[in-house]
Design a protein around this ligand. Structure first.
Ligand SMILES: *Cc1c(COP(=O)(O)O)cnc(C)c1O
Length: 407
């Protein structure tokens, strides 16, 4: 079956007592047992019952089950945000003296997590150009615990050739972690490109219109943890992934980063319309970016789906004709960018991506507003850039609003 069908018809782990057609919201902290022996089995992970909702919850598990059915791996875990999924992954892999090889072109909080937060625990972030394989090789050493990237960087729109990079990571024995928030797993199959661990901020497309925050970690169990000094002692004879075992049995619980049942309910519904919404939003996004290229006062348009884009070929090969529903464009200076934002009538002034409503923001003064100008330049964040996240409105209505604000 295709993903759209699979999502709707993923069975429950256990049949519902009332035959509910939608998974109920199990709003409970704890679960009751009949005997002490049953409790022992459940608490030690030898039977599958839920014991406490910080550890697992039936509504959240069902959300994970639908994702498992699409991505084809049983190692899927939900989190309360994209940031907590990223943090948990790096806490599993990192240790004092280890380093992460990544690009300075990262979501602002991911950059700060690595450059500021993890640094004080002795984990070094090595920022380099991930599109240059010689550069990447130079930065990897025996203490590299991961290579981390975003499949289309936000807002620079950089696209790495994933097959080349993942082959290099494999050669060096380093896991490749990719934040794929920008392209949902219904449209992009990360495993086929050698990505070992996929992370998604489900706050974006999957929440079904910015209803709630959430994150997912998907472990394809394709990395040989034998080569990891930290995880190799954990390899069990039962074929379990050492990474996922440490993540789910230890780090996820200890950090307390569980998804709530209400959020899992909303996001399970979001999955049902994901492909429909994604197709609509990225078709509109491509049409708008094409039309904007010929509009007066627009200096440049940045969308990898445009034939003129420097990453067009690699983007098309990896993501098809529609690389997501976000683009940026440059005006002549910061004042022009502020004026444009202020004049919008329909498009909303807000952060976030892939709400059902179209959103505009000036990244340099907001998401990256507390960074120094020097850091912003290193991250390639320009004062002239506007970022647009495209929603589900009519394409002409959106174009007309942009055109009137540019005049
Ligand atoms: C939004 C976002 C995140 C963080 O996700 P939250 O759910 O807000 O914690 C991480 N990476 C990318 C690419 C994002 O767009």
């Amino acid at each position: 079956m295709k993903d759209e069908t699979t999502i709707l018809h993923t069975p429950y782990a256990q049949s519902d007592a009332y035959g509910a057609l939608n998974m109920p919201i199990y709003h409970t902290a704890a679960y009751e047992f009949t005997t002490a022996a049953q409790m022992e089995l459940a608490f030690t992970g030898r039977s599958p019952e839920h014991v406490y909702s910080r550890v697992s919850n039936p509504t959240v598990r069902y959300f994970e089950d639908r994702v498992k059915a699409i991505v084809g791996t049983p190692y899927v875990l939900a989190f309360n945000s994209g940031m907590s999924a990223i943090t948990a992954a790096l806490v599993v892999l990192g240790s004092a003296g280890a380093n992460i090889v990544t690009s300075p072109h990262l979501f602002g909080n991911t950059y700060s997590l690595m450059a500021n937060t993890l640094r004080f625990f002795g984990v070094e972030a090595r920022f380099c150009d991930l599109t240059d394989m010689d550069e990447v090789s130079k930065h990897i050493d025996n203490h590299t615990c991961a290579v981390f990237l975003e499949v289309i960087t936000n807002p620079q729109m950089e696209v790495v050739n994933l097959k080349t990079l993942s082959a290099l990571c494999k050669q060096h024995g380093v896991p490749l972690i990719a934040d794929t928030t920008i392209i949902p797993f219904t449209a992009f199959k990360a495993k086929d490109y050698g990505i070992n661990i996929e992370i998604v901020s489900t706050t974006k497309y999957i929440s079904g219109g910015a209803t709630s925050l959430g994150g997912l970690l998907i472990d394809y169990n394709t990395f040989d943890w034998q080569v990891s000094p930290k995880l190799s002692p954990l390899i069990l004879n039962n074929g379990n992934s050492a990474f996922f075992t440490k993540l789910s049995m230890e780090v996820h619980r200890n950090l307390g980063v569980f998804m709530t049942a209400e959020t899992a309910h909303l996001q399970t519904l979001g999955l049902e319309t994901l492909s429909l919404r994604y197709d609509r939003a990225c078709t509109t996004c491509k049409a708008l970016s094409e039309r904007l290229q010929n509009v007066k006062n627009v200096v440049s348009v940045n969308y990898p789906g445009l034939k003129s884009h420097p990453y067009y070929a690699v983007s098309k090969q990896q993501f098809g004709d529609y690389p997501g529903a976000m683009f940026t464009f440059d005006l002549k200076d910061r004042a022009a960018a502020f004026q444009f934002i202020d004049r919008l009538k329909l498009i909303r002034r807000a952060t976030n991506l892939f709400d059902n409503k179209t959103l505009a923001i000036h990244p340099a003064s907001t998401i990256f507003g507390t960074f120094t100008e020097e850091t912003r330049q290193q991250m390639n964040i320009s004062q002239n850039t506007i970022r647009m996240s495209i929603g589900l409105e009519d394409v002409d209505d959106l174009f007309n609003d942009i055109a009137q604000a540019l005049q």
